[in-house]
Each structure stands twice: as C-alpha cells, then as structure tokens.
Design a protein around this ligand. Sequence first.
Ligand SMILES: [Zn+2]
Length: 61
Amino acid sequence: MTDPVICPNCNHGTTVEIGLNIGDHRVSLRSCSVCEARWWKADGDQVEVADVLSMASAIRR
Ligand SMILES: [Zn+2]
C-alpha cells in the first residue's frame, strides 16, 4: 500500500510509487502525475536511473 505524496518538484501533483524487484534489490519508481518528475529508489536510498539500469543489466548476464 502506498500513500499519495505531494510532488516536491511542482508542489501540485501527487506522486505514485511503483515497486519492482531487480535481483535482490527492491527498487521503486515514484512519478508525478502533473510535472512527470521521476525518482528512483533502491533498497530505500535514492538513486539515479543509471544505477537502476546497471543493476538490471547485471542480473541479465
Ligand atoms: Zn510534480
């Protein structure tokens, strides 16, 4: 269950979180419905999309 969170980027939209597992990592993508800002988190820490992609490519080998 995820609660809607007001977007810190535009202070207007609400953000929704989509969770997924990449290997042993719990990754979530939070995105704003208004300004389309996006944040990635992995294991509770904010990460860049490049980090997520490298995790994903690491487990496909
Ligand atoms: Zn926003």
